[in-house]
Write a protein that binds this ligand. Structure first.
Ligand SMILES: *Cc1c(COP(=O)(O)O)cnc(C)c1O
Length: 454
């Protein structure tokens, strides 16, 4: 008799509350600052962008936040998400470690992002908002918000980074299928987009530029708010449903992780799986090692500076303290589009400073190799972003093999790669290279950080 492979929770075990790690922090998060006055921003400063419920969640220190019933209703379409024991991967690696993974690719958009998209659409609708504007890089966030906005009767306008708009027509088609309007960024729709195009008519776009455009649209129209798919506290809060379910499933499996691994772009899927475990340890529970894995070509946690910076390129957002490569830093092109962001979530950055999490960085070809090993053993083809978590988990399993330790490893398989098969084609053809970021560009971007007195 082999042990079980799949751990499923019944529908009525979908958590009723998200977990807010701000309640358990040994030191509070540094304040968010107004870029003009350098004074802490208040809820009213953020009101043009977000509905008040989400702003209150942003600053809340309550340990638990109730999940509205209409949100749980939508979650039922795919949640609780399955947790798997990767027996075949363990065997392929010859490791004594036990490897578990939580699979978020079962959502309609194929990643963890609908966990927050549905919540954000709900709170905006409840506040009387008619339209949401947002940005998307690879298209995962845009399709998640398009799906969620449609369910709650909201118009969704997505600024998609020009290169991926041109290179990934299937993601765009998915957004349009859900009823969203998708524009290539930089666009002629905003003053900022027009100013970029004037200087560089063929600009490939960047996440920072697309954020600036989406924010501009939201600030100008009374009926429109902005939605962000990562980085912010309320986004990370909504994603904790991943870790909360995983805790119950690990108990079902009669196991508990010694190591928890997630990939980090803006930090939301990593926070989602890790924060409930970190919180449990902070309140006296068992302590696991928590490992964030990022791309070596955009290494905000391992190479960035912990400093106040803007979230966007046009400098329209407030200043947050985070690990940053500088808001003008443009990472080299690589296939995990969801990980190409200059900053890291303030909460994840803060935990790194407190020594509560570790971070490592890997190059894309070694991550694709890990993803192919995983696909051949377990059947699921991971998203290029998720390959970083797979790589991190495999490295931990191989360390266990060397050290003869039977540790338990849990990682977040945050999405499938069905829309990213071109990347796998390029990898198989030997066309993927490991791009290095330009150290001179990084130094320049960092020298441009806003100066904030300590
Ligand atoms: C967006 C995305 C990421 C990166 O965002 P995080 O906020 O760091 O989670 C990672 N993986 C997938 C599949 C994504 O869609």
């Amino acid at each position: 008799m082999t042990e079980s492979t799949k751990y499923l929770l019944p529908e009525d075990r979908i958590p009723k509350r998200w977990y807010n790690i701000q309640a358990d922090l040994p030191k509070p998060l540094p304040a968010v600052l107004h870029p003009g006055t350098l004074q802490p921003v208040g809820p009213d400063d953020l009101a043009p962008l977000f509905p008040m419920e989400l702003i209150m969640q942003e600053v809340s220190t309550e340990r638990e936040v109730e999940i509205p019933e209409p949100v749980r209703e939508v979650y039922r379409l795919w949640r609780p998400a399955p947790l798997f024991r990767a027996h075949r991967l363990e065997k392929a690696l010859g490791t004594p470690a036990k490897i578990f993974y939580k699979y978020e690719g079962v959502s309609p958009a194929g990643s963890h992002k609908p966990n927050t998209a549905v919540a954000q659409a709900f709170y905006n609708k409840a506040a009387g908002v008619k339209r949401l504007s947002t940005e998307t890089g690879a298209g995962q966030w845009g399709s998640s918000l398009a799906f969620a906005g449609n369910l709650f009767g909201l118009e969704v306008q997505v600024f998609q980074v020009r290169v991926s708009y041109d290179q990934k027509p299937y993601r765009r088609a998915l957004m349009e299928t859900y009823g969203a309007r998708c524009l290539p960024s930089p666009s002629t729709e905003t003053a900022y987009g027009r100013s970029v195009l004037e200087r560089a008519p063929n600009h490939p776009g960047s996440l920072g530029i697309a954020i600036s455009e989406a924010v501009e649209v939201a600030v100008q129209r009374e009926d429109t708010k902005y939605a962000l798919g990562s980085v912010l506290n309320h986004v990370l809060l909504h994603q904790t449903i991943i870790g909360l379910e995983s805790m119950e499933q690990m108990e079902m499996a009669g196991a508990w992780p010694d190591v928890v691994v997630g990939c980090t772009g803006g930090g939301s899927n990593f926070a989602g799986i890790a924060f409930p475990f970190i919180g449990d340890a902070l309140r006296g529970g068992r302590r696991a090692r928590i490992v964030a894995v990022e791309p070596a070509a955009c290494p905000s946690l391992t190479r960035g500076k912990y400093a106040y910076d803007f979230g966007d390129t046009a400098h329209m957002t407030p200043l947050t303290k985070m690990h940053t490569l500088g808001s003008t830093f443009t990472p080299p092109g690589f296939h995990a589009g969801g990980l190409r962001y200059h900053g890291m979530a303030p909460l994840v950055s803060h935990l790194k400073e407190l020594g509560l999490i570790e971070a490592t960085a890997y190059h894309q070809t070694e991550c694709f190799a890990a993803g192919v090993t995983f696909a051949r053993a377990e059947g699921i083809v991971p998203a290029p972003e998720a390959n970083h978590a797979v790589k991190g988990a495999i490295e931990e399993a191989l360390r266990c093999k060397r050290e003869g330790r039977s540790e338990t490893i849990l990682f977040n398989l945050c999405g499938h790669g069905h829309f990213d098969m071109q990347a796998y084609i390029d990898y198989a053809a030997g066309k993927l290279t490991d791009q290095q970021y330009d150290p001179k560009e990084l130094a320049m971007a960092l020298s441009g950080l806003p100066s904030v007195p300590a």
